[in-house]
Design a protein around this ligand. Structure first.
Ligand code: C2E
Ligand code: CA
Ligand code: CA
Length: 749
């Protein structure tokens, strides 16, 4: 903002001066008095009578007109004539009265005071004229002796002055109301500062020397310093824009602003005022304004009213900035959030595509576990430290954002060491409250010059690269490639097909794998394993589609179907007279998380008429660890229904072995990975041995999965494992095949 030259001719503060103590005398503008008379002698006499007279410490400036016409011309040239001494009889016997009408109605001069003078008393105007045309006084010329003239004139000038002051007051109030709404237009503090000064200039009139001092705008852009700065300046201060309060070398200005800050209120000094607009959410705003003369009480009150308005506007703009901040920034790290990150990338795209720029996602490995273990406060501190290291590593020109709870978005230009160098920030452990915490991260990158697309697509692709990096063993980062996308597209297509298979009841089938007693290999049960054969005849492994279905939640519907189908199969077998062996059913984590899982399962079983003790639900230990309390409650409810429960894939997850005795399991299924590593050499201290001992100690039954060789079976038997399941005995098979298998094996001994 350069200058704020305001064209209003009046100076508000000046008009508010009253007759009280006078501060400045000589510089005052004189009162303009217009003498209208066709008799030159009257002009002379008046001039003589008023020579050297001052009224309210202001001199008089006499203007002369000898006819109505001249009077009109003078008035048009001088809008600020205070008093007119007007002859009634000039060209015509009532020329003066006609002129009065012109002055009031045509020229619209309502403030100017009029004193009518006439030679003869007989020419006195009607009372109604005096009233309607607001005539101050009516005197015969002889009545206007020297002293009389001065007192009459003094009274008229004072009343003119008062009318002007009232008028200005009214205009000021009107201005307050009219322009008040403009204070709600700006959307950031800087823009508001300019509007506020303009507003003040309009209010005080004349050229304004003022500064608006407020919170640094970049506080809203994520940085946390509410340092005060000159956000706008005008008049002699316009060059100060952007200077912070501490760096301000104009001592008077700095002291003035400091005094307003210290007292948290307006401070009116002899030549200036510091206006305190308020403090909200730790942000403050002040205006320093030079005043040509000390403000009167009335002026102060008006300024105070104005400041209330400015204060409301400031509060509004701060609230708006806060809203914007919370919508676009992460309050913890003060980094842009996902939305803002995407916007910024889109905005800068043309430059970013020019080469060398990389968009990346950095994901902290197992952050939620860390968060639970350390406590959320420490988790927060950790994120802040990660933020700082990342910012340092990529430099000021780069963009760092928090795109998810445990993931950061980056857009930067890596140096020669390449993108992987960014992961080096995780090499040294992080220190949180005196503890050294090692954390690992994985990353997915997109080369912006090589991969087209908007920010949303690019982030998606970086995410895809990240998920590939998560699956990769040793390399902790991946660059996006087109093949990654086609494999994703394949997965999406597969899911669509799976959904329609489920809905149409076509292609999904349960196979059953026998479970035998290790002593005599007699059938004790079987595990139901889902199979999917597409219409094309292609069989899809459950290892492929189950994780997909889990990821999308479709597993809940699939799981319902599995339980129902297993129950129907038991009913069919019972009808055929098969022995009443138990059937194991795999339950995935997503099913268990459904709040109505127990009730729904109970309903299905009840409807089928199957004895619940025939069913054994297999739950992986990672499910058990998710929310131990609610899992324990659900398991107890399932057991109360008469169902059995087994821990599947035991030994693979991160569960403490301690969870085993807290949860009411019937059986432990040793994962086939541990069966595979079983040899006479390892038998002594392998995991399988440990699990069997532990289970026995807790009174749990044990079954070994994936038994493929006689040697494995032999060793397991020696270790006391009572049941086995594996290709050595039988592969999973269709229900009818199992019927045959049961017939044959029961006939065998
Ligand atoms: P799981 O629960 O561990 O199931 C046992 C898996 O081991 C089955 O694989 C089975 O065919 C395989 N297996 C059995 N004996 C041997 C052996 O001697 N050697 C080897 N190498 N493998 C053996 P499958 O049928 O491919 O199932 C894979 C996984 O898919 C299952 O692992 C289970 O987690 C999941 N799954 C299968 N059916 C269902 C289901 O109905 N619901 C849910 N939620 N998951 C299921
Ligand atoms: Ca299983
Ligand atoms: Ca298993």
């Amino acid at each position: 903002m350069k200058t704020l030259a305001v064209t209003r001719p009046e100076e508000f503060i000046e008009f508010l001066e009253d007759d009280g103590p006078v501060h400045v005398v000589s510089a005052e503008r004189p009162w303009k008095v217009l003498i209208v008379d066709d008799d030159p002698e009257v002009h002379q006499a008046t001039l003589f009578a008023l020579r050297g007279v001052t009224i309210s410490n202001r001199k008089l400036e006499l203007l002369n007109a000898y006819s109505s016409e001249q009077a009109r011309a003078v008035l048009e040239a001088h809008p600020d004539v205070a008093v007119i001494l007007l002859d009634v009889v000039m060209e015509s016997h009532d020329a003066g009265l006609t002129l009065v009408r012109v002055i009031r109605e045509e020229l619209g001069r309502r403030d100017t005071r009029i004193i009518l003078r006439t030679g003869q008393p007989g020419y006195a105007p009607e009372l109604s004229v005096i009233r309607d045309y607001d005539i101050n006084d009516y005197r015969t010329k002889s009545e206007l002796t020297h002293t009389r003239l001065i007192t009459t004139l003094t009274a008229a000038i004072r009343s003119y002055d008062q009318i002007c002051a009232l008028d200005e007051n009214r205009r000021g109030l009107e201005l307050l109301i009219e322009t008040g709404n403009q204070l709600f237009v700006p959307r950031d503090v800087r823009a508001f500062a300019e509007v506020a000064l303009k507003h003040l200039a309009g209010f005080l009139g004349g050229a304004l020397n003022a500064v608006f001092c407020g919170p640094s705008e970049d506080a809203g852009e994520g940085r946390d310093h509410d340092e005060l700065r000159i956000l706008a300046g005008c008049g002699v201060y316009c060059h100060l824009e952007g200077v912070s309060l501490v760096d301000l070398d104009n001592e008077t200005l700095r002291d003035s602003l400091r005094s307003g800050l210290a007292g948290q209120r307006h401070v009116f000094g002899p030549g200036a005022a510091c206006l305190h607009l308020g403090r909200i959410h730790g942000k403050e705003a002040l205006i320093h304004v030079d005043l040509p003369r000390p403000a009167t009480d009335l002026a102060r009150r008006m300024i105070e009213v104005l400041c209330v308005n400015l204060g409301v506007g400031f509060e509004n703009v701060v609230l708006f900035e806060r809203l914007r901040f919370f919508a676009y920034y992460d309050p913890l790290t003060r980094l842009p959030n996902r939305k803002r990150f995407l916007d910024r990338v889109d905005e800068e795209m043309p430059a970013l595509a020019s080469g060398g720029w990389i968009l990346g996602i950095i994901d902290i490995v197992r952050f939620s576990e860390l968060n639970d273990a350390l406590g959320h406060r420490s988790g927060d501190l950790l994120l802040v430290e990660v933020t700082q290291r990342l910012q340092l590593a990529v430099g000021a020109n780069a963009l760092v954002a928090r795109v998810a709870g445990d993931a950061f978005g980056l857009c930067w230009r890596p140096e020669e060491e390449g993108v992987s160098a960014i992961l080096d920030v995780f090499n040294a452990p992080f220190s949180v409250r005196g503890h050294a915490i090692p954390i690992r991260a994985r990353a997915g990158f997109v080369d912006l010059a090589a991969v087209p697309g908007g920010a949303v697509e690019l982030l998606k692709r970086a995410n895809l690269a990240l998920s590939h990096a998560k699956q990769a063993g040793n390399q902790h980062w991946r660059f996006f490639s087109g093949e990654m996308e086609s494999s994703t597209q394949n997965r999406v297509r597969l899911l669509t097909e799976l959904r329609s298979a489920l809905h149409q009841g076509k292609g999904l089938e349960l196979h059953y794998q026998p479970q035998v007693a290790s002593v005599d290999q007699a059938l004790v049960g079987c595990e139901a394993l889902i199979r999917w054969v597409k219409a094309s005849g292609e069989a899809i492994s459950p290892d492929v589609f189950i994780p997909l279905a889990e990821y999308t939640g479709m597993i809940v519907d699939i799981g319902d179907w599995v339980i129902g189908e297993a129950c129907r199969q038991i009913v069919r077998w019972d009808a055929k007279g098969l022995p009443g062996f138990r059937v194991g059913i795999n339950i995935s984590a997503a099913q268990f998380r459904e709040p109505d899982f127990v009730a729904k399962t109970a309903g299905v079983i009840r409807e089928s008429g199957v004895d619940p003790s025939r069913l054994e639900l297999e739950i992986t230990e990672s499910v058990a660890m998710e929310d131990p309390l609610s899992v324990a409650r659900q398991l107890h409810e399932l057991k109360a229904l008469g169902l059995r429960v087994a821990v599947d894939d035991f030994g693979c997850g991160f569960s403490s072995l301690g969870s085993l005795n807290r949860l009411p399991f019937d059986r432990v299924k040793i994962d086939r990975a541990f069966v595979r590593e079983l040899t006479p050499e390892t038998q002594g201290d392998c995991i399988a041995t440990m699990i069997i001992k532990l289970a026995k100690g807790l009174g749990l039954e044990v079954i070994a999965e994936g038994v493929e060789t006689d040697q494995q079976a032999q060793l397991l038997r020696e270790m006391g494992c009572a049941e086995m399941q594996g290709f050595l005995y039988a592969r999973p098979m269709q229900a009818e095949a199992l019927e045959h298998w049961v017939m044959c094996s029961t006939q065998m001994p």
